[in-house]
Design a protein around this ligand. Sequence first.
Ligand SMILES: NC(=O)c1ccc[n+]([C@@H]2O[C@H](COP(=O)([O-])OP(=O)(O)OC[C@H]3O[C@@H](n4cnc5c(N)ncnc54)[C@H](O)[C@@H]3O)[C@@H](O)[C@H]2O)c1
Ligand SMILES: O=C(O)[C@H](O)COP(=O)(O)O
Length: 389
Amino acid sequence: MYKIKTLNNISQDGLSLLGGNYRITEEDPNPDAILLRSYKMHDMELPESVKIIGRAGAGVNNIPIEEYASKGVIVVNTPGANANAVKELVVLGLLLSSRKVVQGINWAKSAKDDPEVAKLIEKEKSKFAGQELTGKKLGVIGLGAIGVLVSNAGLALGMEVYGYDPFVSVESAWGLSCDVKRALSLDEIMTDCDYISLHVPLIDQTKNLVNSDRLKMAKPGLRILNFARGALVSNKDIKDALDSGKVACYVTDFPDQELLNMDGVIGIPHLGASTAESEENCARMAVHEIKEFLENGNIVNSVNYPDCYMGVSNTQARIGITHKNIPNMVGQITGVLAKDNINIGDMLNKSKGDFAYTLIDVDSHISDDLTNMISDIDGVLKVRVIKNN
Ligand SMILES: NC(=O)c1ccc[n+]([C@@H]2O[C@H](COP(=O)([O-])OP(=O)(O)OC[C@H]3O[C@@H](n4cnc5c(N)ncnc54)[C@H](O)[C@@H]3O)[C@@H](O)[C@H]2O)c1
Ligand SMILES: O=C(O)[C@H](O)COP(=O)(O)O
């Protein structure tokens, strides 16, 4: 029986895929896996029993992925599973930033007790006039799962779309309409566009990506949409830009008290991925990835270890080893097996940055002694016997 600890509410539709060999728990001190959404794990003590962490969603800045890698713990996420939900909210964000709908609705509601409200509306509506999207320039920063969908949606709305992503993947490039123009620098986007939508992960290199130096380059009346992470945009600099009219509206899915007190900010309470469809997609994908790892040792969509897939073992035993990416690890591991005269049926070794994973199918039973000998190799982080007949 595997134990899965949940740190956030996870869609039942996904959890139901776990099956009878799994117990879902919020309290167990020794779970095999953790399943979460945006819960911040940085200050949490990670139980030694945890082998894999499944982020039902895209962003992993709430998880100390390098620290967990050094403990031999795999972190996976669910690429693209919530991209459509975010894209739809970005389309709404484009419209909200263009038309004073939020302000207009709030004003109309405030006049609800006035019997003359219908007349008043016709008199006052000119205060809430806006602009159209068609023909405007949209700059999309980050052309991953969400950025691609947003770019294509921008074209469908009649916008001229510029995309910037120096690391764009082949898969994204295939999904992107050929009518999206390639921006060669962030500055180009900042200088030329009427709307900017951010779709990059929050990492050291992207913190405060939108700052006073970049905002200086912008045309007056720029609209900025941030459905990626709050810290990508400097609060102080956005305030100055809103005050000066450089930025006409900042739509963010990550408002804080400071932002909610600024005129020109539309703060949405982190609803990008909050649709039934997206929550189901993410939970299903994360559950699938956790099951693959716990039952077969396969790594799917990891953000801190290489992906590794050997299907279902058809030999007597399977062993999975997380270790440092240093010379002679495979030699030492197979040396231990050879000493015990154990034949290797199949094997995979892959690395990602400083860490690596070795998955081995063998034709005989694996003893505790042998497991301990592999664990004792310098650089080995976690050893798991996945199947043992
Ligand atoms: N608001 C929400 O509810 C919500 C939902 C999903 C994702 N997100 C956020 O959006 C981010 C993007 O999600 P995604 O699914 O598109 O991820 P993704 O990994 O598919 O795409 C991210 C893209 O950013 C690019 N990139 C990285 N650094 C860059 C840089 N310095 N400049 C330009 N491009 C850069 C990458 O090459 C990649 O193509 C997530 O990391 C997460 O923080 C928010
Ligand atoms: O990175 C993500 O996937 C989003 O920010 C969604 O987060 P949530 O699962 O907490 O809604």
